[in-house]
Design a protein around this ligand. Structure first.
Ligand code: ATP
Length: 367
């Protein structure tokens, strides 16, 4: 018997998850498909209630795959190797195919007991728009003796991360979430923790600026370490909150525009005040990240750099991004700072703003 095992956070399950298992069943002539929502994933933070994820997984895979609550019911971290051992114990004669996305294959060496996994199952991999997929497969083969089969699934950009964010931003997910799962999410008001704040923010921005903000938050969450995700979310969300506040309202916020402050900088300094007064943000780290997201400043915090980079590298920016997004956050920040400075000089000429100059000098970027 051939069994296809498909593990995931399924937070929420999406149509690409379903396409992948369907394709695996067809291409590998599988006799049985099992979807396994993980309990406590070792590689990422997952705030969603595991019973909600289990319920959504059951709805999504209804009639397509069996849904097994083995990892959800266990305490502690969910390790694939333990699940595989259990499947083998129950089905000693079965040939097991572990269905994974290309991103999971890329980090295969960080999994717990990769060698045992590689000997217990064939890896059936769905590419996730990663040009390095062949290298990752070769590496897993060379280092762990893994047998890798590529699934014939066209890569797409669908991810649960973006879907959650789209719910938070009140955007439709009709194209990428099965209808019944979508109804469940709406009924249970999942992913709505920041929805009120987002709704309020929307009244401060144009639609175009709102979408820019969506992508800045998305990038910010990709860059944030788990423990920084909440602050990154709020700081990215509110970074442009003051973009359209007119000068006759500055006094309401106790804002006096410093002499010589360039127009493109004003909204970031004012933004910290608007975030504080109108959105009740009191966390100084968040407020500073909003305040310095255009100029930077010497000795920036990680959150300040993150918002700066997320703003400069959100995916709809009309310039090449790949080189800006490689390396550590510090390296990304330096590259963004240098390019922003070049752009500023070309477009605005030498504006000679003291704080910008100090930032450039501090970080050794030629001015
Ligand atoms: P998140 O965005 O929260 O990290 P996800 O979209 O990766 O979630 P998971 O539930 O973690 O969803 O994914 C389960 C498995 O499906 C993983 O092996 C993942 O690599 C794979 N997968 C998810 N989305 C895709 C996709 N668009 N293309 C290929 N593989 C995917």
């Amino acid at each position: 018997m051939k069994i296809g095992l498909f593990g995931g956070t399924f937070n929420p399950p999406h149509i690409t998850h379903i396409n992948i298992v369907r394709k695996a069943a067809e291409q590998l002539s599988l006799d049985k498909l099992i979807a396994v929502p993980c309990g406590d994933p070792p590689h990422k933070r997952c705030d969603a209630d595991k019973n909600e994820r289990l319920a959504m997984t059951r709805i999504a895979f209804d009639g397509i795959a069996d849904v097994w609550d083995y990892e959800i019911s266990k305490s502690g971290k969910s390790y694939t190797v333990e699940t595989l051992r259990e499947v083998k114990r129950i089905n000693p004669e079965a040939e097991i195919y572990l269905i994974i996305g290309g991103d999971s294959l890329k980090y295969f060496d960080t999994w717990y007991c990769p060698k045992e996994i590689a000997s217990a199952a064939t890896l059936a991999v769905a590419n996730r728009a990663d040009s390095d997929i062949v290298n990752s497969a070769d590496k897993a083969q060379a280092e762990y003796g893994a047998k890798v089969i590529m699934l014939d699934v066209a890569p797409d950009g669908v991810s649960s991360t973006e879907i959650r964010l789209r719910y938070t931003f009140g955007m439709s997910n009709a194209d990428c979430v099965p209808k019944a799962v979508d109804e469940y999410i709406v009924r249970k008001a999942l992913y709505a923790e920041y929805s009120a704040m987002v709704c309020k923010l929307k009244t401060y921005l144009t639609q175009e600026r709102f979408m820019h903000t969506f992508y800045v938050v998305k990038r910010g969450l990709e860059l944030a370490a788990d423990e920084m995700r909440d602050k990154a979310f709020v700081a990215c969300l509110l970074h442009d909150v003051a973009k359209y506040v007119s000068p006759d309202r500055y006094a309401e916020y106790g804002f006096v525009c410093p002499k010589g402050m360039p127009a493109p900088v004003v909204h970031s300094f004012l933004g910290a005040k608007v975030a504080e007064r109108d959105f009740g943000i009191t966390d100084t780290e968040i407020l500073q990240a909003i305040k310095y997201h255009t100029t930077g400043r010497p000795d920036m915090t990680e959150l300040e750099k993150l918002v700066y980079v997320a703003d400069k590298t959100e995916q709809t920016r009309p310039y090449p991004l790949e080189h800006l997004l490689s390396g550590t956050l510090d390296q990304m920040f330096l590259k963004c700072l240098a390019e922003a400075n070049e752009y500023r000089e070309q477009v605005h000429g030498d504006t000679d703003f003291d704080l910008t100059d100090k930032t450039l000098e501090y970080y050794g970027v030629n001015n």
